[in-house]
Design a protein around this ligand. Structure first.
Ligand SMILES: NC(=O)C1=CN([C@@H]2O[C@H](COP(=O)(O)OP(=O)(O)OC[C@H]3O[C@@H](n4cnc5c(N)ncnc54)[C@H](OP(=O)(O)O)[C@@H]3O)[C@@H](O)[C@H]2O)C=CC1
Ligand SMILES: O=C(O)CCC(=O)C(=O)O
Length: 414
């Protein structure tokens, strides 16, 4: 698998070439505004002390406060967080929301930490970074391994230093100022994006077959909404393995099973086990939606993909080498910086509601989300036409051009 920062920067450089970007501006846009690395030491429940490394990379703030999730996973390291922060900068620009990009993470396996250990770790991490984040500087949100409870702890710890600050994080519980619709927003956005692409190709979700890797926040909501719209989810996976049913998996029954089975897909009676999580990538289907880790489609396995469309629910699931292989096979890829932007778009709505002290109803959140995603799809198509390129390069050049213009307008000089 290619290093994630090398992969993301390669996409950036190819788009910069299409835009004929000044070489000094290109270098400047690539370098992050700030990289933060902190040691977080907590007592485990046993009384023994344990240390974890946490990161926050603030990539760019030319268009507004930096924005992006916090990931708890064993593979978190600086290059990966850097790549994810950079992707946030282009994503917020593609979505036309007034933010820059950031991302954070702690190298840990949350499933090996008790809830109180996770709480202590989150509070220590917040203590270490509280002076460098802020409601108008850098606003965290959930990502893999974190959720609304994690955001509640950050809010509470941050507020001890700065006073009650609901807009310091998004993806919070509703009871603490979270937005209706944020929990489902990334999956809903994935489905809106899929619909836009299929409609353009004379197809609809109803009657198409789908394979989804990952059944966490993004994957489970995407599966639920596809099922509601008449799509057939034939394969799904999580860390416990991949399951398959050619007639379509009954998603509501599966959700009940997962809820009662410690969050795992395994042992579901309504589907067959087909192997490890990777097996889902090669399942016979129309649409493949990776919703887990980065780099899962790479030079070793992309040839086996049979789907006609890949929708990137995850961040950077496709290596540039896999991009080439899939493009040669005629597979259409809807890139992460658009396909999974529903989460950060509704995070923006949450932040706006917090600042205004006014709550929107869920219909308004969902209809505004659709409006933003429909507009950015049209903007990407226009960019593809201008630069004669595929959807990834269309989206990257749109995002980079928007950030470059803001940077120059602020007075950047070569
Ligand atoms: N949450 C959000 O709002 C957004 C998330 N994203 C991206 O979407 C992706 C998923 O995030 P999210 O749903 O929040 O994360 P979650 O932690 O909620 O879920 C992650 C899912 O991926 C599964 N998983 C982990 N490792 C593997 C693996 N090696 N193979 C297959 N499945 C695996 C997990 O399985 P298990 O449960 O068994 O561990 C789980 O089902 C990430 O790339 C994230 O950056 C993008 C935009 C916004
Ligand atoms: O909601 C947010 O602010 C960020 C979501 C995120 O981390 C992402 O889009 O990758």
């Amino acid at each position: 698998m290619m290093n994630s920062l090398v992969a993301t920067s390669r996409n950036f450089k190819n788009a910069a070439k299409l835009l004929d970007l000044d070489s000094k501006l290109e270098r400047s846009l690539l370098i992050p505004f700030r990289e933060i690395k902190v040691e977080c030491t907590i007592p485990k429940d046993t009384g023994e002390m344990a240390s974890f490394i946490g990161f926050r990379v603030q990539h760019d703030n030319s268009r507004g406060p930096m924005k992006g999730g916090i990931r708890y996973h064993g593979d978190v390291q600086l290059d990966e967080v850097n790549a994810l922060a950079q992707l946030m900068t282009w994503k917020t620009a593609v979505a036309s929301i007034p933010y820059g990009g950031a991302k954070g993470g702690i190298t840990c396996n949350p499933s090996l930490l008790s809830i109180s250990e996770q709480e202590r770790l989150t509070r220590v991490f917040t203590q270490k970074i509280h002076e460098l984040i802020g409601t108008h500087t850098d606003v965290p949100a959930p990502d893999m391994g974190t959720n609304s409870q994690t955001m509640a702890w950050i809010l509470d710890e941050y507020s001890k230093f700065h006073g009650h600050s609901p807009a310091i994080v998004t993806g919070k519980p509703i009871a603490l100022g979270g937005s209706l619709g944020r929990e489902a927003a990334t999956g809903r956005g994935v489905v809106i994006a899929t619909e836009a692409l299929l409609n353009e190709n004379g197809k609809t979700i109803s009657g198409m077959t789908f394979a989804i890797q990952g059944f966490g926040n993004v994957g489970s909501w995407a599966a639920r909404l596809i099922h509601e719209q008449g799509g057939k989810v034939v394969a799904l996976s999580d860390l416990s393995g991949a399951i398959h049913n050619a007639n379509g998996i009954d998603i509501p029954s599966l959700l009940t099973h997962v809820f009662e089975n410690g969050g795992l897909l395994k042992d579901f009676s309504g589907a067959d086990v087909i192997g490890s999580s990777e097996a889902v990538l090669h399942t016979h289907c129309d649409v493949l939606i990776p919703c887990a880790l980065g780099g899962v489609l790479n030079s070793h396995n992309s040839d086996g993909v049979t789907a006609k469309y890949v929708i990137e629910g995850a961040n950077h699931p496709t290596d540039p080498e896999a991009d080439e292989i899939l493009n040669d096979k005629g597979v259409i890829i809807l890139p992460d910086v658009y396909a999974n932007s529903g989460g950060v778009i509704v995070s923006y709505f949450e932040w706006v509601q917090n600042i205004q002290g006014f709550m929107w109803d869920e219909d308004k959140v969902n209809s505004e989300l659709k409006k933003y995603m429909t507009k950015s799809f049209a903007d990407i198509k226009e960019s593809c036409k201008t630069h004669c390129c595929d959807l990834r390069m269309g989206a990257f050049s749109l995002g980079i051009n928007t950030v470059a213009r803001a940077t120059v307008l602020r007075g950047w000089e070569p």
